[in-house]
Design a protein around this ligand. Structure first.
Ligand code: FES
Length: 563
């Protein structure tokens, strides 16, 4: 019998297993059917997954309808707003949990239920390594919020209105009223932030059923998609189609093109690299940059555009974008429903009434994609910017003097000080907030505009760091600078007053300090990270995490020949 615990006697193991399965109400016939694990990530401390139980039930119904046997099991579930210091610190832990439970448990295939930012990437990483038949489903985005007749979006408007509060254009009472409407329904954030982006990319990768990324958590179609997902999981087991059959180099390129066309989150760059590496597929920042230069931006979605997931869903969602992108895609790539991308989307049409949500290749919003890779002596291994999320476009080509913060704590302590020597042309620099330095690379990259400048009307400045920013954030923000400060990257050598130039058009980020001076500074550098009290998971994280351009996975989780 497959999947038995080892007691040194296979017959006894099988005898024992049958006795315990009978306790669950299963008989021999149930156990001969395809057994589909349902990775239930319900958690009250992961708000974005608090509503998924009816979807789990629908998935179960689908498995049973397709003559499989469902077995629900839990894994770690992490939510953005409730995890300290940052969920990214724990993405790899979720991936390990998911991989090992898929591998160890008596299941032939698995349905993974993601939603909040780090869950789907972690699950895809784990499923890729376990490589049993797998299909992803998400809890879906929230419906739109509304305040004073205007649409609200989590969490672009969380950031926008907090900034206005700091600028003293709204008071605390109004801020509180807005707060009550920012997360109005079940679901994950409803702009094209990290959660919506990674779900959309997973659909383009072929790991989710067509249409299941954008359907809001609140529409009944989501339950029907859940049931179909359960049915399809059984089929994947019967056909023995594994993640490695679906996630190929070409399907990753499709997902990157989709990412560029929707102006998605920079976090997806890290996650896609990490998932691909689990399958021994090499994609790097140069691939993202090349595909960004050749993929038009066609989805008008916040924070880079105007609409939210609700409108995106009504306009046709990911299948509609893929339909527009077909001439650019590897359209024969197969997906979890057994059909190719081309077969899935060829008959999708965007209605004229939604043409302001999804544009065409011939008439795009912008001719290039949503993310630009920057290189130069300040980020030799690359850094990222979202040019379309920049507020003050004049900053896309800018030279200014650095105002340096040596850590997140230092930034919090000084950013709003009246005596901070800063003006609107300064470049705000945050060091030691990367994968090793923070650790966990928190989403602190949208460095707050100093309050004294906010009050003068400044709403955007060039900001630069080795950490990440939320996919819902905006501004002239340079992220993921690699190598990071804590391992001695050039960002660690920046001092107050140094000149830094940003040239987005040419993909350049330059620190205007001579090589000789940089060598002197490097020789005098004191390592930032204090290792004295590090233990347990955090120590393991610091010792083994890879840099942002390599996906921030642990070195020992790569396939053996890459290890
Ligand atoms: Fe979960 Fe935004 S807080 S997706």
């Amino acid at each position: 019998m497959k999947f038995t615990t080892s007691y040194g006697d296979t017959g006894f193991s099988s005898f024992l297993k049958t006795a315990f399965q009978r306790h669950l109400g299963f008989d021999e016939r149930d156990l001969q059917k395809p057994i589909v694990g349902i990775c239930n990530t319900f958690s009250e401390v992961n708000r974005c997954h608090s509503h998924i139980q009816p979807m789990v039930n629908a998935i179960k119904n689908g498995v049973i309808a397709a003559e499989g046997t469902p077995l629900e099991f839990p894994t770690i579930s992490i939510g953005e707003m409730f995890t300290s210091p940052t969920t990214m610190l724990y993405r790899n832990l979720v991936a390990m949990d998911t991989e090992e439970m898929i591998r160890a448990q008596p299941i032939d295939g698995v349905v993974l239920i993601g939603g909040c930012d780090k869950m789907a990437p972690a699950q895809l990483m784990g499923a890729a390594s376990a490589n049993k038949p797998a299909i992803l489903f998400t809890g879906g985005p929230m419906a739109n919020g509304e305040y004073d007749g205007k649409t609200l979006g989590a969490c672009s408007d969380c950031r926008y209105f907090w900034q206005e509060y700091k600028a003293e254009t709204i008071d605390e009472a109004e801020l509180n009223e807005i707060n009550a409407q920012l997360a109005p329904t079940a679901g994950h954030c409803m702009v094209m932030g990290s959660a919506s982006t990674i779900a959309s990319c997973a659909e383009a990768l072929g790991m989710m059923l067509p249409g299941s990324a954008a359907a809001p958590a609140t529409v009944n179609e989501r339950l029907r998609l859940a049931k179909k997902t359960g049915e399809q999981a059984v089929q994947l087991v019967k056909d023995d189609i594994k993640p490695s059959d679906i996630m190929t180099k070409e399907s990753f390129e499709n997902a990157i093109k989709l990412l560029m066309a929707i102006g998605g989150s920079t976090n997806a760059v890290i996650h896609l690299i990490a998932i691909a590496k689990r399958l021994n597929i090499t994609i790097g920042l140069d691939d993202f940059d090349k595909l960004s230069q050749s993929t038009p931006f066609i989805a008008n979605l916040r924070p880079a555009g105007k609409y939210q997931m609700q409108e995106f869903y009504h306009a046709g969602g990911v299948p509609a974008v893929l339909h527009e992108l077909l001439p650019l895609l590897h359209s024969n790539e197969r997906t979890v429903n057994g059909l190719s991308i081309q077969e899935n989307v060829k008959n999708i049409n965007v209605k004229d009434s939604y043409r302001d949500v999804i544009y065409t290749l011939d008439n795009p919003l912008y001719h290039k994609g949503g993310i630009r890779v920057l290189k130069g002596n300040l980020s030799p291994d690359g850094s990222l910017i979202k040019p379309k999320a920049v507020i003050d476009k004049s900053l896309l080509n800018h030279r200014g003097k650095a105002v340096v913060f040596s850590s997140i704590e230092d930034m919090e302590n000084r950013i709003h000080s009246d005596d901070l020597d800063v003006n609107k042309d300064s470049v705000l620099v945050l060091q030691n907030a990367g994968p090793v330095g923070a650790p966990g690379m928190p989403e602190a990259g949208m460095i707050p505009i100093p309050q004294k400048l906010l009050k003068e009307g400044v709403r955007d400045m060039v900001r630069l760091s080795d950490c990440r920013m939320s996919g819902t954030a905006f501004g002239t923000v340079i992220l993921h600078v690699a190598p990071e400060a804590a391992i001695g990257g050039p960002i660690s050598l920046i001092q107050d007053g140094d000149e830094i130039s940003l040239d987005v058009k040419n993909g350049r980020l330059t620190l205007h300090v001579t090589d000789d001076e940089l060598t002197i500074r490097k020789n005098n550098l004191t390592p930032f990270a204090d290792e004295t009290n590090l233990r347990g998971y955090t120590k393991m994280y610091r010792d083994h995490v890879l840099q942002a351009n390599e996906g921030c996975d642990f070195d020992f989780l790569l396939p053996v020949k890459n290890n």
